[in-house]
Design a protein around this ligand. Structure first.
Ligand code: TXA
Ligand code: MG
Length: 348
């Protein structure tokens, strides 16, 4: 299959957008930018189209997809009831990086929800995404547009690296703004519960709906319960090289990592280091990559997946990473980093 790449970085090309809509309505796949990561879209109400997503990604088909909508009124056509909290959250955060879980209506096929009676819905905040959803019929199922087991794509080039030849079209909207996937909140039972941390954090949600809980499996590595978002329990992305997160006072972290870099260099290896703009020049060797300035949390989240992809292309022997427990986005960033490191964290 020849994958068409449509450049919409500066403005939406109406002709190519109409073509994307046609592909989606005919059951094909179109990758598109959102404010979080690139998505791999298909008609959410067409079970066969949803199956194509699983095939292109190599993803287990019991891992449910998020349905993307462009208008609030469309929510009522696919879910049983819209709790009052959901209306308030949608008012405040949609379009935006928030996904909410509802009881589904029959019109949503089980192929889209991975066999669940609930459906995840989000209205993304990106002009290209919103236009494409409307052009494609209003309901677009989309996981992140990476091959299963690779970091989520934050540029159209990342999508092409994974999906070229497997999907009909890629809409290039440039680099994404946030870089980690949306916050998922379950509203289908009692107290709103965060199933996946993202840009919209607990404090922001609580300002709108009062008490919010966090799925306990997110808080501890050895929790015996199953995560409520099925995708959170799959073996997640792990870099090819062994990765360790080093936590502690900045000076201790730098000197610990420098000792380890020296050991690796003596063995003739090239270690990788994930640093920040403030610290990058303080490492004595190896492949040092900065996630950006610690004073700019969005820069950190935006660079995370790209940095991990770069290390996979370079032959590093292992990766040492600083921790990024930043005030607002820290939980979302560290959730992804800890998984990438397979929970290997050293305190110094
Ligand atoms: O930011 C995002 O959410 C991106 C962009 C493309 O919108 N999408 C995304 O999709 O991250 P994906 O498929 O990579 O992650 C969807 C997550 C999975 O962890 C899945 O298990 C969970 O949402 N999920 C979907 N439907 C669910 C449901 N009914 N109940 C619980 N979890 C659900
Ligand atoms: Mg994903």
């Amino acid at each position: 299959m020849q994958t068409i790449i449509a450049d919409m970085t500066n403005q939406i090309d109406e002709k190519e957008m109409a073509q994307a809509g046609k592909i989606l309505k005919e059951g094909g796949l179109v990758a598109f930018p959102t404010e979080t990561v690139y998505g791999l879209g298909a008609n959410a109400l067409d079970e066969q189209a949803a199956f194509k997503i699983y095939a292109a990604k190599g993803r287990p088909s019991d891992n449910p997809l998020i349905v993307h909508i462009a208008r609030m009124e469309d929510l009522y056509k696919i879910v049983q009831t819209v709790p009052e909290e959901a209306v308030k959250l949608a008012d405040k955060f949609w379009p935006g990086p928030l996904t909410m879980i509802f009881q589904k209506k029959e019109i949503v096929p089980y192929g889209t929800t991975g066999g669940l009676d609930t459906v995840a819905v989000r209205m993304p905040n990106h002009p290209v995404a919103l236009k494409m959803i409307e052009a494609g019929g209003g309901y677009i199922a989309a996981p992140s547009a990476n091959t299963s087991g690779r970091p989520s794509p934050t540029t159209a080039q990342h999508v092409a690296d994974d999906m070229d030849g497997k999907i009909e079209m890629i809409l290039d909207g440039g680099s994404v703004g946030i870089g980690v996937e949306s916050t998922i909140v379950d509203l289908s039972t009692g107290v709103p519960t965060i199933l996946r941390p993202g840009y919209i954090n607990k404090a922001m949600l609580e300002e709108v709906v009062g008490q919010v809980e966090i799925d306990p499996t997110l808080l501890s590595a050895d929790c015996k319960q199953r995560p409520k978002a099925p995708g959170m329990r799959y073996k997640h992305y792990a870099p090819k090289a062994d990765m360790v997160i080093v936590e502690g006072e900045e000076e201790n972290v730098i000197s610990y990592i420098n000792d380890r870099i020296c050991e690796e260099l003596k063995k003739g290896n090239c270690p990788g280091v994930i640093a920040s703009d403030e610290t990058r020049h303080r490492y004595c060797g190896g492949a040092v990559k900065s996630m950006g300035s610690r004073s700019d949390e969005l820069s950190i989240s935006r660079h995370l997946y790209a940095v991990l992809r770069e290390f996979d292309e370079q032959q590093v022997s292992c990766i040492f990473s600083e921790a990024f427990e930043t005030p607002n986005l820290g939980q979302a960033i560290m959730n992804r980093m800890v998984k990438a490191a397979g929970h290997q964290i050293i305190r110094v």
